[in-house]
Design a protein around this ligand. Structure first.
Ligand SMILES: [Mg+2]
Length: 296
């Protein structure tokens, strides 16, 4: 490879010398030279981790959360925002609050925490590897940051007397590393089994409904916050077609919860939102033919 690159560089240099003599640009000649490593970042990573726009969206969500929970805490709701165990998504029923203490349930990754150290590697094209992710859970606490607005949100909720509960699909085997990452991000203390619930706490794997039911049996959950539909209900996971899943999210009982008990932050980098081809994403009756192309 090295000799090939050297050959390419020499060829380019020779062509450049030739072009300098003729005064033309050597664009085509250099296109054949293997590209040098770049510092480029794919757009979805730019948006989530680097842009003012992405940060502003997160802040707006957390501001709305604080306002909503402040209002709810003052009047004590009768219903939790966790679906009742036997409920469907359409015509939903909700877990009762009773006189349980108030709580807000947060997902962790890309909801409260930006996994900057891990995602910087993914942004270079490194394929996801479960064993590497597990090592990240154990040792990544120095390379995370809170999502914009997250520290403000959990601080305000705690001042209101609302318990902050974390429900994450990080592994229960790595609980100590996740407790350290939450603390390092400035999000305070998390206690496994009390205010931190993890994959492996039960036999349901990545499904969170079992953990949500336990949390709702102990708390009146006034809000949930996540970056995936699975952070709100496992019922979404049963619906595979992209258009049907979107319909369930925006034309069911869930529709009334967005921004009013269910708060979602966008994640364009990974997760269940990133599915669908042209036929699934764009309706057939909403295609457009450019008149300029039709004239050809
Ligand atoms: Mg997440």
């Amino acid at each position: 490879m090295r000799s090939l690159a050297l050959t390419g560089a020499l060829t380019g240099a020779l062509l450049l010398a030739g072009c300098a003599a003729t005064g033309t640009e050597p664009v085509a000649a250099f296109a054949a030279v293997p590209p040098a490593p770049t510092n480029a970042v794919p757009p979805q990573f730019q948006y989530l981790y680097g842009s003012g726009e992405g940060g502003a969206v997160a802040l707006g969500v957390f501001h709305s959360l604080i306002a909503y929970v402040t209002e709810q805490a003052a009047k004590r709701p009768t219903d939790s925002v966790v679906l009742a165990a036997d409920s469907a998504m359409r015509g939903a029923s909700w877990a009762p609050c009773g006189d349980k203490p108030l709580a807000v349930v947060f997902d962790v990754d890309e909801t409260l925490i930006q996994n900057l150290g891990f995602e910087a590697r993914a942004a270079t094209g490194e394929a996801y590897d479960q064993a590497r992710w597990s090592r990240w859970e154990q040792s990544g606490d120095k390379a995370v940051a809170a999502m914009p607005g997250a520290v403000h949100a959990v601080d305000d909720l705690r001042k209101l007397g609302v318990t902050v509960v974390f429900n994450s699909n990080r592994s229960s085997a790595n609980a100590a590393g996740t407790v350290a990452a939450i603390k390092a991000a400035g999000l305070g203390e998390a206690r496994h089994g009390e205010t931190l619930f993890l994959k492996g706490d039960d036999s349901l794997g990545s499904a969170k409904d079992g953990r949500r039911a336990i949390i709702a049996s102990r708390f009146c959950v006034v809000a949930m916050v996540g970056d995936q539909l699975g952070d709100f209900s496992d019922l979404f996971a049963a619906v595979k077609p992209v258009a049907e899943r979107r319909d369930l999210a925006i034309h069911s009982s869930a529709a009334g919860k967005w921004g009013k008990g269910w708060f979602i932050v966008p994640n364009p980098v990974y997760g269940s939102a990133l599915a669908g081809d042209q036929d699934a994403v764009f309706p057939a009756d909403k295609r457009w033919a450019d008149p300029a192309e039709e004239k050809k």
